[in-house]
Write a new protein. Structure first.
Length: 94
């Protein structure tokens, strides 16, 4: 991620509202994976969504170790409703 001329990740508190370093690393990895696979290096909504989806995956697999996180739980609910990307877009506009 660091030093890449193409992948640009913006971590803002409007979307990344959790302080767990494992979840932050998952977010960075999810955004990077999305960018490299799709060659889409500019869509902040899609990048943030991919990052949060990676966070949800890691959180669900490791919840016993990570502990409950209200913000991630909200994202899980939004994902289940099919509204995750819409919510992220709304948060980025604020």
């Amino acid at each position: 991620m660091a030093g890449s001329p193409t992948v640009k990740i913006e971590v803002g508190t409007e979307v990344v509202n959790f302080s767990n370093p494992d979840l932050l690393f998952a977010f960075l990895g999810g955004w990077t994976k999305y960018s490299l696979e799709t060659k889409d290096f500019s869509d902040k909504v899609k990048g943030n969504t991919a990052g949060i989806e990676a966070v949800i995956y890691v959180y669900n697999k490791n919840k016993a170790v990570i502990g409950k996180n209200k913000e991630v739980e909200k994202y899980i609910e939004l994902q289940a409703q099919g509204k995750l990307e819409q919510e992220i877009a709304k948060r980025l506009v604020k």
